[in-house]
Design a protein around this ligand. Structure first.
Ligand code: DAT
Ligand code: MG
Length: 135
């Protein structure tokens, strides 16, 4: 497979509450990526702070940790050609207002703080996040 990569994808608590797990997985599968790992669980504060460590200085860090620990998530390892960048395109921009229609966030979300999915932003982040959640 040309430049096959693994990336870390997560349906966040808002997506699970809104019963969008199937919708997100459907979009990943019909695109042509494969699911390699998957688990439903609730993230604890320690894991949340490690996952979002790059945002520790941001004013919304506390809210981010509260939100991501507020209910179950579905964590996944997704694999395919250029899967890291490809999943970012499938997800759409961080702010749903700027996310293109056709993308997950563009079609399904309205608020930056409730944007349904997480996806690694680089191969290095993917490796770190896969180890954090599935290592
Ligand atoms: P992404 O999830 O697209 O990688 P990010 O890593 O910059 O975006 O931020 C992580 C999450 O933090 C993002 O999905 C939603 C939240 N967030 C980002 N910027 C924000 C802001 N200005 N206000 C509130 N929440 C924000
Ligand atoms: Mg990010």
């Amino acid at each position: 497979m040309p430049n096959s990569q693994q990336t870390f994808i997560m349906v966040k608590p808002d997506g699970v509450k809104r019963r969008l797990v199937g919708e997100v997985i459907k979009r990943i599968e019909v695109k042509g990526y494969e699911l390699r790992e998957m688990k439903l669980f609730t993230i604890d504060e320690t894991l949340a702070k490690k996952h979002y460590a790059e945002h520790v200085e941001r004013p919304f860090f506390g809210e981010l940790v509260d939100f991501i620990t507020s209910g179950p998530v579905v964590a996944m390892v997704v694999e395919g050609p250029d899967a890291v960048a490809g999943m970012r395109v499938l997800m759409g921009a961080t702010n749903p207002l700027e996310a293109t229609p056709g993308s997950i966030r563009g079609d399904l979300a309205t608020l930056i703080g409730e944007n349904i999915v997480h996806g690694s932003d680089s191969p290095q982040s993917a490796e770190r996040e896969i180890n954090l959640f599935f290592g």
